[in-house]
Write a protein that binds this ligand. Sequence first.
Ligand code: AMP
Ligand code: MG
Length: 412
Amino acid sequence: MSDCCSQPGLMPIEAARAALLEDLAPVAGTESIPLAQATGRVLAQPVASTVCLPPCDNSAMDGYALRIADLDSGMPLELIGYSFAGKPFDGIVNPGTCVRIMTGAALPDGADTVVMQEQVTTQGESIFIGGKVRPGDHIRRCGEDVAEGETLLDSGARISVAHIALLAAAGIGEVSVQRRPVIALFSTGDELRQPGEPLGKGDIFDSNRIALLAALAELDLEVLDLGILPDDKDVIRDNLARAAREADAIITSGGVSVGEADYTREVLEEMGEIGFWKVAMKPGKPFAYGRLQGTPFFGLPGNPVSALITFQQLAVPALTVMKGSAWAAPVQLQARLQKPVKKKPGRTDFQRGIYLRDESGNLCVEPVGAQGSHILSGLADANCLIVLSRDSGNAEAGDMVDIEPLATPLDL
Ligand code: AMP
Ligand code: MG
C-alpha cells in the first residue's frame, strides 16, 4: 500500500478509503449453496439463464385466444378447447375457432391475439367478440424479459431478494458464491462489561462489540468473537496473534488513541505494521489500519459513535472488497440545513441528522441535538449523516449541504 504514514498530520478520509480499497483483495474460496440461502452472498461466477423468460408465448389475461383476421367478418367463433396454466391446449386454432385461455396459459398454435373475457359474450359454443381488439393483444412474448443464455448476474454481484426471484424464474437452483470472510472481533477496556452484567463504579456496557456483531451479521460475514479484553498488553498480544491465525480480518474497538492505557495500537505496531493511523474525520480521528502477519486489521476508536461511523465509512468498503464485490460510494443528496452548525476546517464531519421534506416539498435536514462522539441517542434517532467537507467551516441555516441517507431495512 502507499506510504501514507510518512504524511504528517491526518489522512483525508478519501485517501484513507482509497488506500484500503487498493490494499485489500477478495478472500479465496467459493462454495455452492441453495438459491434461497443466497441473500447477501457474493456471486463467484456469472449466472446465465437456462431458459428464455417467459419460456413461451402466454396469455396476460383470462379470455379467448383467436386469430385476429377472423374478427373482420363479425361472425361468432367456435369454441374448440381450453388452455390453462400448466395444461396447454395441444390442438391448433384454425380459422373460425377460438380457445378459452387463462392468465399464464400457453398461447395455442394458430392463435395470434387474446381478447379479454369482459369483451366476450357466449351462446353455447358460439363466441361473440365486442369492442376494440388489436393484433397481438394481451400476449406475453417468449423471451421478452430474458433471452435464453443471457447473463443475469455477473460475478461480484451481491445477491438480493429480487435477484433470487430472477434466478429462480430462470431455473437456477444453486449458486456458486464467495466464501464468507471470517472477522475476528474484540473490544478493549478495563471499564467494559457485557450488557446484562452488574455495572461497577466507572464501568460502562460494551456497546461497540454488540453493535458490530449485529452489523457484521447484516453484512453476512462470519465472526470470531473474542469478547472484551482488559487493557493488558499480554492479553491483547495473545488475542491479536490468535485473530491473525484464525481470521481473514481483525476488527477491534478502543485503545487506538493516545491515552496511557491505549495499548491496541502499540501492540499492533510491535507485532505487525500500521498502514495508517489518524484520519481527518469527525467523529473517528483515531482509526488505525494495518496488517498482522498479513491479516488486515481495523482498529476502531472506542467512542461508540466514532466506532460505528469509522466502521461504516472505512471498514465496510474494505470488507465489501474482501467479500468479492466492488464498493460503490453511497448516494449523497443535497438538503437545506435548517439550523446553523459549528465546524472547524481540517476534518470531514459526519453530523447525525434527520432529513425530511418541508411544506414546499424541498429536502431539508436538521442535525440531531448534541453531536458528541459518545451520544448514541443522536445516532439512533438519525436517518442520515450530514457530510461537511474537510475544508469547510461553519454552515448557516439555509445552506445546501450533502447528506448520506442511512440504509433502510428493505434491501430489494
Ligand atoms: P479508548 O479509545 O479506549 O480510549 O476509549 C474511548 C472512549 O470510548 C472511552 O470513554 C471508553 O470508555 C469508550 N469505549 C471504549 N470501548 C467501548 C465499547 N466497546 N463500548 C462502549 N464504549 C467504549
Ligand atoms: Mg480504552
